[in-house]
Design a protein around this ligand. Structure first.
Ligand code: ATP
Length: 297
């Protein structure tokens, strides 16, 4: 059985403050894009949970979020069967694209099908919150405003078809360090999500692009000046605004048409190794046809 694990980008990311439990209170608009890991799940007759992946940058033991998800699924469902999980990793790792959370969500959805447990999306999303803050969103996919630690979701239904060119700088960014370096005076006074939701609902591409905002971007740029330099270069070459997803370092540009996105993609390929051309996945997610989603080229 094949399950796709789609990446997300942040259209907005506001940090509203620090909570007594040490987590930051966020308010963000997350959008699923059609860049996906492909997970294959097979029954393991021996009853074990095993994992294989085509990437050396992810752990292949019980620390892998896909493995965690299989254990969480077994504990919550009471089904004690085994599964062999194969991950074809396409989403850059530790990049602000929620690749690990997407894999965990794909395992929850996939085991629900494989073992015929008939759990609802709500139930799977609730189980996912115990794995990571972004997992509930990755279970649902589409577009949503996420609050709390990121697990409290309000779906956003829109029909915007935007193209996304992603650039993954060759820099390792620690999410913990970025949040840790965020100063209290940098917290957001008001969330940008209401404006973004209005722009998406109105199908106003220019307003969406103008409304993209990430309060962590200046922090990541301060800690990793090479990411700031690259962002400036990308902006110059692309000729459109450049944004950052999550805590980075992935940068992205939004484009209204496939042709304009292809031009930016090819221009950036001239000096960057990791560039991806993708697009928004619609809110009412259609299952991908013919196996792989349309990640180009
Ligand atoms: P976040 O923004 O939630 O910190 P991210 O998108 O920046 O996540 P991920 O690709 O999810 O980053 O990886 C974060 C860490 O999780 C990495 O250090 C990686 O080793 C670990 N990890 C565990 N399982 C996975 C997985 N299946 N895919 C990717 N990373 C995983």
């Amino acid at each position: 059985m094949v399950e796709h694990a789609f990446a997300k980008i942040n259209l907005t990311l506001d940090v509203m403050g620090r909570r007594p439990d040490g987590y930051h209170e966020v308010d963000m608009v997350m959008q699923t894009i059609d860049l996906a890991d492909v997970l294959t799940l097979e029954e393991d007759p021996a009853g074990a949970i095993t994992l294989e992946a085509n990437a050396s940058s992810v752990p292949l033991d019980e620390r892998n979020l896909a493995h965690v998800a299989a254990r969480v699924f077994r504990a919550n469902s009471g089904v004690n069967r085994g599964v062999r999980i194969l991950i074809d990793k396409q989403i850059p790792v530790a990049a602000g694209l929620a690749g690990g959370s997407a894999d965990a969500a794909a395992v929850l959805r996939g085991l629900n099908r494989l073992w015929g447990t008939g759990k609802t999306t709500d139930e799977l999303a609730a189980w996912g919150a115990a794995i990571g803050s972004d997992v509930p969103f990755c279970v649902r996919r589409g577009c949503a405003v996420a609050r709390g630690r990121g697990e409290r979701l309000e779906p956003v239904n829109h029909r915007m078809h935007a193209w996304v060119v992603l650039v993954r700088p060759p820099v390792f960014v620690s999410t913990g360090d970025v949040y840790g370096a965020l100063r209290a005076e940098e917290y957001s006074r008001r969330p940008r999500s209401p404006e973004m939701v209005r722009a998406l609902a109105a199908g106003d591409f220019e307003a969406v692009r103008a409304g993209v905002h990430n309060v962590l971007a200046p922090v990541t740029f301060r800690l990793y000046p090479e990411v700031a330099r690259l962002a400036e270069r990308v902006r110059h070459v692309a000729g459109v605004p450049v944004h950052m997803s999550g805590s980075g370092p992935t940068l992205f540009c939004l484009l209204p048409t496939r042709g304009s996105a292809q031009r930016v993609y090819h221009a950036l390929r001239g000096f960057m190794r990791e560039v991806y051309l993708c697009r928004f996945l619609p809110s009412a997610l259609a299952p991908p046809r013919g196996g792989r989603p349309s990640v180009e080229p």
